[in-house]
Design a protein around this ligand. Structure first.
Ligand SMILES: NC(=O)c1ccc[n+]([C@@H]2O[C@H](COP(=O)([O-])OP(=O)(O)OC[C@H]3O[C@@H](n4cnc5c(N)ncnc54)[C@H](OP(=O)(O)O)[C@@H]3O)[C@@H](O)[C@H]2O)c1
Length: 329
């Protein structure tokens, strides 16, 4: 697996990471044994960037990664996050997700669950609108100084927040949704990262599985699958969105690969500073996704895909209304 420098001053990371969220929540049934085998296979393939959050199952996903990394810590870069109390389903009396008194508490709990002495990349999962970003990043900086965290990141932050955070402490990456059907970061967020030398971790690069062309109707999702709450997967929108998949499927067929690999190849084509972090709990998908780096689409094919998914073409917002209010702050 190729390696890339994350941002101007960050660590070397695999050109593609592994998103671990779906191993514990949101998509289908968890299968810890296969998930741990998937993490081990990722490390064997050189996919060393493992992305999680304390919010995924309120610590369950971090514990799973801790178990998977026993005896293998040195081969992995752990990127975890804090501050998304809504997703974690917790309230902390008197404190909010970005409160400077909460930050060290969250970090200590993550270190314990992960079973490590230091977190490689520690990110603010959602910007806390009630706390100036300088105070949250100030508390994160103290974690770096204490040796508990190596690098700092932000998730779903708006451009002004990114600038203000960078003034307090170097930020190595912004983690935000980016894929063919979610291209809004191209307007301001990605250019801001580029201007400031900040890397970009593209989450949900497979459109939460939709761009793999394996979810064209709700019938394939379990009743409790969280995508059922997402507007793009609503009964009204999923069929309209499925009509967008034809160019991906055509290019996949012409290149003797699968749509997931085409979707990832398009993200890779956006620049070496963009590190997609596709999620899976299965070795077979992981291997297919890692192989996407070997697929060389022609410039015309990338252009065809870009033109087929202009901004705004996707039916439905990328989160339900309430969660949309928490992004881009
Ligand atoms: N910062 C944030 O706010 C935020 C938000 C969301 C996600 N994330 C991070 O980003 C990571 C990736 O995003 P995501 O998991 O939401 O979406 P994604 O990577 O776009 O898609 C994951 C889905 O695609 C399926 N899949 C993966 N590879 C496949 C293949 N080759 N063929 C067919 N299906 C395939 C997975 O199936 P299986 O589950 O069956 O393996 C899963 O259902 C997450 O794990 C998480 O770490 C961050």
């Amino acid at each position: 697996m190729q390696q890339r420098k994350l941002g101007a001053n960050g660590p070397l990371v695999s050109a593609q990471g592994l998103g671990c969220m779906g191993m514990s929540i949101s998509y289908g049934e968890p299968n810890d044994q296969e998930s741990i085998a998937t993490i081990h296979r990722a490390l064997e393939l050189g996919v060393n960037l493992l992305v999680t959050s304390d919010a995924y199952g309120n610590g369950v996903n971090e514990e799973l990664i801790g178990r998977a990394l026993k005896g293998r810590r040195a081969n992995a870069l752990i990127a975890t996050k804090f501050g998304n109390l809504g997703l974690a389903g917790v309230t902390i009396p008197g404190l909010s997700g970005g409160h400077p008194d909460y930050v060290p508490q969250a970090c200590d709990a993550s270190l314990k669950r992960l079973g490590v002495d230091v977190i490689d990349i520690y990110g603010l999962h959602r910007v806390d609108a009630t706390v100036p970003i300088e105070e949250t990043v100030g508390a994160m900086t103290r974690l770096v100084e204490a040796g508990k965290v190596r690098y700092l990141a932000l998730s779903e932050a708006g451009p002004q927040t990114i600038r203000r955070a960078q003034n307090v402490h170097p930020i190595v990456a912004v983690e935000t949704e980016y894929s063919l059907w979610s291209r809004d970061v191209e307007a301001v967020v990605l250019p801001t990262c580029r201007e400031l030398g900040i890397g970009f971790m593209a989450y949900a690069p497979l459109g939460r599985g939709f761009l793999t062309a394996t979810i064209k109707s709700l019938d394939v999702l379990l009743p409790k699958d969280r995508r059922r709450d997402h507007p793009r997967f609503s009964p009204d929108n999923i069929g309209r969105n499925a009509e967008l998949l034809a160019p991906i499927e055509k290019i996949a067929a012409e290149n003797k690969c699968i749509p997931a690999q085409v979707a990832l190849a398009w993200v890779h084509a956006q620049g070496e500073d963009v590190i997609p972090i596709p999620g899976t709990k299965r070795r077979s998908y992981l291997e297919a996704n890692a192989a996407a780096l070997d697929i060389r689409l022609a410039r015309e094919e990338i252009a065809t895909l870009t033109e087929a998914f202009p901004f705004g073409i996707t039916a439905g917002t990328r989160y339900p209304e309430k969660q949309m209010k928490a992004v881009g702050i």
